[in-house]
Ligand binder design. Structure first.
Ligand SMILES: Cc1ncc(COP(=O)(O)O)c(C=O)c1O
Length: 450
């Protein structure tokens, strides 16, 4: 199979043909040309469907079945799928130069100005990238250049991306081990524990402390009230820059535009991404205060410390400008807070009903359910014996399997904590759709409790 496709005269699949591939042809292409093991895993869980249409919270498969999206692309889908205003915004820039590095793109200046207005405190200067992981790495580089120090402290269970630098500050042994050695100078402290952070920073020799205001992939972990406030104070006292990663929590997801608003703190650098691109374009940024930015870019010779070929292309920026306009106009943060409150209360009722649900956590529409170890025969019941040797670790994906295949609702587990199912629907989700998820989850839990 390895050489399939290497013919003398290439027989390429056109876009038109690619759009008409059957589910079977699609699976074959993935098995042969992308990742055979992933294909196997998705096949076992019946996740290998062919989705052909998406609008707002709904997605349709090639058999015409409608699904509800409660995964929301890990926080990238705050505006719902294929938002028509964001798509129209792309049309409005179709004749502009999309990639032209030797100029000052007016859309970049406008979006940076807008971000400076809606982000907390003194955050002012933005650098645009494509992915969240790139924004995290840019922020780390800026922190080093700005302070002249090299050490970075992050949190156990943190997730900041999969590329080498971002992975180095994302603590999970299973994810890090195959790629070691990772970046030197990185250490970890427990998330939510200000005392250990204080000790870790006490020598004043750390460039930055990097933290998510709510750990997403760590299992939707909300720190206790006052934690971020203490973190801010400790960082200031030890001349450590505070980098807050709002890539998943940002733009209304947690019931505020940014989750760190809950404690009224302002970081020295903030990372944003995911929903900034309106669910259409890849777009991320790191945003720094004037002091941090100017310490690093302190002369003409240091005007360019970071570059990106595609970062800040016109189409992505147009999507970002449009997305921000919609998020504020539709008050998506308030919608998230109100719907999230209802959703959380309904999930709590399920928790009272099933001892198998250990905890419901989260804020706004960033919710997680942690499950306890179910009865021994559970894996057999759920998989018809297919996966009986799979560990408890895969429990979250089996719940997600039931939800997608029996109830047509898309969810997933959190990457660093697979016993947790995350619920992050578009912020436009309706109360009726939330009720549908609750009914489906109730039915799944009933089966687990058998
Ligand atoms: C908090 C946080 N930071 C960074 C990232 C990495 O973003 P990306 O996948 O766009 O590189 C993620 C992705 O889930 C995230 O949740």
């Amino acid at each position: 199979m390895a050489t399939q496709g290497k013919t003398k005269t290439p027989n390429l699949i056109t876009l038109k043909e690619a759009l008409k591939l059957s589910r079977k042809q699609n699976i074959e292409n993935h098995r042969n040309f992308i990742n055979p093991e992933l294909d196997k895993l998705l096949g076992l869980l019946n996740f290998d469907k062919l989705f052909v249409r998406a609008h707002d919270c709904s997605i349709w498969d090639s058999d015409g079945n409608q699904y509800l999206d409660f995964l929301g692309a890990y926080g990238a889908m705050n505006l719902g799928h294929n938002n028509s205003e964001v798509i129209a915004a792309l049309g409005s820039v179709e004749t502009l130069p999309n990639l032209l590095q030797v100029s000052l793109n007016p859309l970049a200046g406008a979006l940076a100005r807008n971000l400076a207005q809606i982000t907390p405190g003194e955050l002012q200067y933005s650098f645009f990238e494509n992915s969240g992981a790139e924004a995290v790495e840019g922020a780390l580089k800026l922190a080093r250049a700005s302070t002249g120090k090299s050490k970075i402290v992050s949190c156990y269970g943190a997730f900041h991306g999969e590329i080498l630098g971002a992975l180095s500050v994302s603590e999970r042994e299973k994810n890090q081990k195959p790629f070691s050695p990772l970046l030197p100078g990185i250490s970890f402290v427990p998330f939510g524990n200000a005392e250990t952070l204080k000790q870790a920073l006490s020598a004043n020799d750390v460039a930055a402390f990097l933290v998510e205001p709510i750990q997403g992939e760590g299992g939707v972990i909300v720190p206790h009230d006052g934690y971020l406030h203490d973190v801010r104070k400790i960082c200031s006292e030890t001349q450590t820059l505070l980098i807050v990663d709002e890539i998943q929590t940002g733009f209304g997801r947690t019931g505020r535009i940014f989750a760190c608003e809950y404690e009224n703190i302002s970081p020295d650098i903030m990372c944003v991404g995911k929903s900034l691109g309106g669910g259409i374009m890849p777009l991320s940024a790191y945003i720094a205060t004037e002091k941090v930015w100017k310490n690093a870019h302190d002369s003409l010779g240091k005007a360019i410390l970071d570059t990106s070929t595609f970062g800040g292309n016109s189409r992505a920026l147009a999507a970002g400008l449009s997305a921000l306009e919609i998020i504020l106009r539709e008050d998506l943060a308030r919608q998230s807070a109100e719907k999230g409150k209802y959703f959380f209360a309904e999930l709590q009722k399920l928790k009272e009903k099933y001892s198998f649900i250990k905890e419901v956590r989260g804020r706004g529409l960033m919710l997680g359910i942690e499950f306890t170890q179910p009865k021994d025969n559970f894996l057999n019941t759920f998989t018809g014996g297919k996966l009986k040797n799979l560990s408890y670790e895969y429990l979250g994906s089996l719940i997600a399997d039931e939800l997608i295949n029996k109830h047509h609702i898309i969810t997933s587990y959190t990457l660093n904590n697979p016993k947790v199912i995350r619920l992050e629907p578009p912020l436009t989700v309706s109360y009726k759709q939330i009720e549908m998820l609750i009914e489906a989850l109730d039915a799944v839990c009933k089966r687990v409790n058998l």
